[in-house]
Design a protein around this ligand. Structure first.
Ligand SMILES: [Zn+2]
Length: 70
């Protein structure tokens, strides 16, 4: 399953250096609501932390993006 293409077809273009994360860590669950695009750095953090719900991932992305610009 090409989940990057699945994501782009359903949600939109994945920015450069962003990756697709399976929110429930199940790579066989390619439901669109289980996929989220995020910067590779944030992706790494999540995999070190364990399960993080979508709204908290979105907060992390926001914090990362805000800090990147300063
Ligand atoms: Zn992941």
């Amino acid at each position: 399953m090409n989940y990057r293409k699945l994501y782009e077809d359903n949600v939109g273009i994945i920015p450069e250096n962003w990756e697709i994360h399976h929110i429930d860590f199940n790579h066989n669950n390619n439901e669109i609501n289980n996929l989220i695009a995020l910067p590779s750095m944030v992706h790494m953090i999540i995999h070190q932390s364990g399960y993080i719900p979508r709204d908290e991932i979105e907060n992390l992305i926001q914090i990362y993006e805000d800090n990147k610009q300063t």
